[in-house]
Design a protein around this ligand. Structure first.
Ligand SMILES: [Zn+2]
Length: 456
């Protein structure tokens, strides 16, 4: 054999092996780091590790792992085109290891969420094996949303490890009726510790019967005041398991957030399809007058429990108070607080669907009064029927469509349609190469955009 020729062959083989080795390493690196179409984001830059995990995975594909050794709000998300006013469901499998939320804030941990909103799935903390979680949301006025898989949350930061897998997106159908179902939870016991002061407050049977009558009046008032644009059906649940934690806000003082009572209400809500939630609480009594600081509120609204309107109704400390009792000479509109808080949810909804509407608190601005026996009943009637006169002789108020725009719920997905192209893993080498090229061009575009911004 010719010596030189032999050398060349060996050289070629070595070059080939090195090249193959490099490609193999690059491919392994790509496999470990490829998040396909997802964009990574975090509140503390370069704190989380985003990896594709070959060891801990739900099925044959590598799982998507977020690891934050320090408290952080880390997420990978994808921008998705949606149809307006349509319910959607996102699901995934999730597994966690030692996930903790900073200051033990509820609703922070491993979850699905729409970035920059309160829309989210339930939250997983601690160490838990693979389980399915889902997020329902209504697109409302949006045509694009950023769907993210997150270790953290809009309310705070978390640390630990979370693995995500098997992402799906479904489009449901909106039910078009204007019949609203309300869940009314009467919390019979409040047992909270505030500044080392153990407070125990109970609701009496008289108070339960007063509030139940008021709820019946609320059902009728919804039809009457809306001139039959909607109906209200209320189910009352008396909850014995006490409220043991409250939320605090500088403006309102203490109140009950959805996270504070999720454990007591989640099973009932999972078995039914409600459109609105009232939580009825007592936060003071003759014995505990000012122990729980309340900044002058009897109802609080505009909150949401996984997209469903959520309001607080506070029972008065003094059980002889007439606020929730009908009396022809004292109070002919005891359901006012319920209606007011429900209207706050419609007010918020109208805004999120892109409608113009006056602020619910602006009754005086349009010449309405808070009357002795019926409060702001006339204002609510005109508010609900877009019958408020403005200086320029226009009629304003809630649009009549608002009564048909209800939150996304499980029953919207009976005949749902799965959007296949959402989170499709590459199926073969060609698709992988296409994916690499797509990511590369997208990253280049982002870099170029950033440079343009710095130029300006
Ligand atoms: Zn209000």
């Amino acid at each position: 054999m010719n010596k030189t020729k032999g050398k060349i062959i060996i050289k070629n083989i070595i070059t080939f092996l090195i090249l193959f080795g490099l490609i193999y390493i690059a491919y392994q690196f790509y496999q470990l780091n490829n998040f396909n179409d997802f964009i990574k984001s975090e509140s503390r830059i370069n704190t989380a590790e985003f990896k594709r995990d070959e060891e801990i995975k739900y099925d044959s594909t590598r799982s998507y792992k977020i690891q934050s050794n320090e408290y952080n709000d880390a997420m990978f998300f994808k921008e998705v085109n949606v149809k307006k006013n349509t319910p959607y469901k996102v699901t995934c499998m999730v597994k966690t290891n030692q996930v903790e939320s900073k200051d033990n804030i509820e609703g922070v941990g491993a979850q699905i969420s729409v970035s920059n909103t309160t829309e989210k799935s339930k939250t997983i903390i601690g160490t838990q094996d693979w389980q399915k979680i889902e997020m329902l949301f209504n697109s409302k006025n949006r045509e694009k949303v950023e769907i993210g898989f997150r270790l953290g949350g809009v309310l705070g930061e978390a640390k630990g490890e979370a693995w995500f897998s098997n992402f799906t997106l479904e489009e449901g159908t909106q039910d078009e009726n204007s019949n609203w179902d309300f869940a009314c939870f009467i919390f019979q016991n409040t047992n909270v510790n505030i500044n080392n002061n153990q407070i125990s407050i109970n609701v009496t049977q008289n108070e339960v019967s007063d509030i139940s009558n008021t709820i019946t009046r609320f059902e009728k008032s919804c039809s009457q005041l809306s001139l039959n644009k909607m109906t209200a059906k209320c189910d009352i649940y008396q909850i014995e398991t006490p409220i043991t934690e409250l939320s605090y806000d500088d403006e309102f003082g203490y109140y009950v957030s959805p996270e504070n009572v999720e454990n007591q209400i989640k099973d009932i809500l999972a078995q039914n399809s409600y459109d609105h939630i009232f939580v009825i609480v007592k936060l003071g009594s003759e014995k505990y007058q000012n122990d729980i600081k309340i900044n002058d509120w009897i109802g609080l609204g505009s909150m949401d429990y996984y997209g469903i309107g959520f309001s607080n109704i506070r029972l008065p400390n003094d059980s002889k108070n007439y606020i929730y009792k009908y009396n022809a000479k004292i109070n002919q509109f005891p359901e006012e607080v319920f209606l007011h808080e429900f209207l706050h949810s419609l007010e918020r909804n109208a805004k999120e669907y892109g409608y113009e509407r006056p602020e619910l608190h602006d009754y005086e601005k349009y010449g309405y009064k808070n009357e002795r026996l019926i409060g702001q009943k006339k204002w609510y009637t005109d508010y609900m029927n877009k019958n408020i006169n403005t200086a320029s002789n226009e009629k304003i108020g809630l649009p009549s469509e608002i009564y048909r725009l209800k939150p996304a719920k499980e029953s919207n997905f009976e005949y749902s349609y799965k959007i296949e192209e959402f989170f499709k893993e590459p199926q073969n080498l060609l698709e992988e190469i296409q994916g690499i090229w797509k990511n590369f061009t997208r990253n280049m575009q982002t870099i170029l955009k950033q440079e343009n911004v710095t130029d300006m």
